[in-house]
Design a protein around this ligand. Sequence first.
Ligand SMILES: Cc1cc2nc3c(=O)[nH]c(=O)nc-3n(C[C@H](O)[C@H](O)[C@H](O)COP(=O)(O)OP(=O)(O)OC[C@H]3O[C@@H](n4cnc5c(N)ncnc54)[C@H](O)[C@@H]3O)c2cc1C
Length: 371
Amino acid sequence: MGERPDITVVGAGIIGCAVAYELGRRGADVRVIDRRNVGCGATQASAGVLAPFIEADHPGPLRALGVRSLELYDEFVADVVADSGDDVPYERSGTLEVATDETALSRLERARQGLVSAGVDCRLLGRAEAREAEPHLGAAAWGALLVPSQGFVGAVALTAALCRAGVRHGVTFLTSRTARRVSVGDGGIEIETTRGPVTSDAVVLAAGSWAGRVVVDGEAPLPIRPVRGQLLRLMWPGAPLARVIWSPRCYAVPWRDGSVLVGATVEEVGFDERATVAGVTTLLDAVRDLLPATRDAGFDEVRVGLRPGTPDDLPALGWSRAVPNLVHATGHYRNGILLAPITARLVADLVLDGREDPLLEAVAPGRFNGA
Ligand SMILES: Cc1cc2nc3c(=O)[nH]c(=O)nc-3n(C[C@H](O)[C@H](O)[C@H](O)COP(=O)(O)OP(=O)(O)OC[C@H]3O[C@@H](n4cnc5c(N)ncnc54)[C@H](O)[C@@H]3O)c2cc1C
């Protein structure tokens, strides 16, 4: 690739936007194409929780990626805010993972021991202490695990800021354009789109749940499946929650504007992006048991997104085996917001410097179907 490589990113969700921003600020000439508009896929529905120690309850590749990404988050948000001029809600006020019976409390105690031995600051709270930490907790709470380093970010605001910051680094966005096929062309890597071909030195495929629908010449489709998530936005009626509250049936994320996001359903229903009565009532029942004050909350909206799932719940990140200079960056499932900074860094290192971080080994797209 030349001095200023010309790179096309397919997909303008958090992953595509983060990758484009990173490539742009490192000097590449970047365009992003999306079949809809920026951030209209799974990203707009996300709660933005940054919790690697909850999402990956044991050491392994997902935990390693999540921890590295969380470490990058302060600097990532500061850079994006500085480059975009936007305000991005971002808090590292901790998470309170609630146990609702004795078995769950024992599981949290084992989790605490594992985290402490890994050097993570955390504390197991009994029933009274948990209520002191969060007075809104209902009688169902038996205790809770407090992890102060975790937190949340405004996923929609962050994606918009990444887009604006990218534009300041010369990134262009071509929307309402669907990528159909990627192949090796005469002048580089060719993408056949609904509005004609696009040729570039390299391509990053970040099409989320739809990644397997883009044909890559010589490669079996990636086994990415959509996993529907419904999420509610309520207007909180009283003194604000201090931090993210997590429980087996739902979680709640408190915003400074007085709203609370309540998530999320996990549904295998294909490419169906509808909100449903069953989804909404399941979440409302769960949050009323966890935080009884929500009985008086205002109901603002329901959001729906399709998480890009993989057979082993790990992302698919790395070179295509069939098309040179094509990188896959998808399959982030429940953790795309958490994993955006590390994904952007790993992909930019790979494409611009040919550097392959050891973290990429476990998430190589080639582990599926010889892709
Ligand atoms: C309810 C819910 C709650 C969540 N909560 C959290 C959370 O708390 N923390 C967390 O870290 N993660 C969370 N997630 C997961 C997170 O939202 C996803 O992992 C992340 O948004 C995936 O980002 P993405 O850019 O890969 O996909 P998407 O945001 O879906 O973006 C993919 C983009 O590609 C475009 N596209 C698709 N096909 C084509 C094509 N052929 N040509 C051109 N463009 C195309 C789409 O239009 C879309 O804009 C949640 C998800 C849901 C649904």
